[in-house]
Design a binder for this molecule. Sequence first.
Ligand code: ACM
Ligand code: ZN
Length: 497
Amino acid sequence: MKIAYTIMVLAAAFVARAEINVVPYPSSVVEKPGVFKCPAGKELRKVVKLSKDASIPHEGYRLSVTANGINVAASDKAGAFYALKTLEQLKDATSASLPCCEIEDAPRYSWRGLHLDESRHFFGKDAVKATLDQMARFKLNRFHWHLTDDQGWRIDVPGHPELIEYGSWRPYSPKRPPEGGECNKKKQVSDGKKYGPFFYMEADIKEVIAYAKERHIEVLPEIEFPGHFRAALAAYPAYACFPERIKSRCGRGTWGIEPEVMCAGNDEAIKFVEEVLDYVCKLFPFECVHIGGDECPKGRWKECSKCQARIKAEGLKDEHALQAWLTRHMVEFLAKRGKRTIGWAEYLGAGVPAEAMGMVWMGQNVPRVVSRGASEGHDMIVTPSPFCYLNHSQELKDDPYPYGGGGRTLEKCYSFDPCHGVTGDAVKHVIGGQGCQWTEYSWDQKDLEWKYWPRMMALSEVFWMGEKKPGLDDFKRRATVQREALIKDGVNAAPLP
Ligand code: ACM
Ligand code: ZN
């Protein structure tokens, strides 16, 4: 009798456990017997009794589901919003019932990011809004919007109509490989089709920012310089070291790193970037602005008399020091406008002030790069390519979508630890991570969704739970349920391996 009872209790506990299919998994869950039946046709948020509790951390919440009702406590609106997101995931789609439980929850990291490159391909406002909806489901809170690069300039800047006229289109793109085919990065064949003009106007951007705000997501704009600047040079060849080498007045039609960069010795070029940043500071309410800073070839600066004159006048050692000088200048410019600068991590270590933030993307020496930046007082966002670059293959069998490389399985994403190898006080400066979507090999919203999900679910659990994440098998069970929910809502999520 006792044995039968024990088996019954264990079975009940197992069933209840299997119903807490939340991604990311909450910090603490106590399952209770029974269910709450949501009244037919009533929205969850209208059922919830909400109270304020100032002792609960920012973005955190306490949640109690009993057969009689649902209580939520939070110290801020974001916490209450995330409680609702948990409840939406708990609600059974067919029976509209929720398992009884007590949950206490708060994120491990404050930066839980998702990045989208709209220069290589442009997806538009509706795709961005759909992405923001998907982010909110999984408690992601930073949308990194890569708006400019060699292949296209995507933001209208009042007073600079040339950016759109020349920079927002290209005469051709590399040909799309056949279904499921390999991308050959070395031999790019033109598709012969004009791409663009594609760009956002101020009203579009304001609409996206407002939509994100309703979902407790901050929008981080990225304006790239001094490298990845070819689309701007199409508009203003005079801001290149050698204007006569800017032969085509349009975005670059092939993928890869462009040798023509911004001339750091030209005061007019600097004034232009300041004008763009000034506008961006006013348009985007988020306290951070991303200024790129990665992959700037120094060949032109070595040959350029203006760049060399700047190096001499400022007493700089070489072209790398010239980039550091330009970065410091712009970080100070942004600070005067109340903004914190973010740049790809190679811009650190050059006298950039501590309040500037670093975004680590390269796969080499990640703990060393993160630790060095953090120990100098920079807040660090960790998004190393081997774990977080979703433009690389998820290694599914018969995957119809092309990628720019391999090895980013769901398991690999789940194994990511932003603080890996970081010790002592430096840990406090590791503020989170993000998944990056570079789009040379992505053409439309369906393609994006396939590449984001379910891998961004894995990263959302890494960013929300940190070291406490329950493990891959447990995650896969819950992610299978949440993937079905995405599919039901029309999202083209990839299958789990
Ligand atoms: C990068 O992937 N070049 C930041
Ligand atoms: Zn120059």
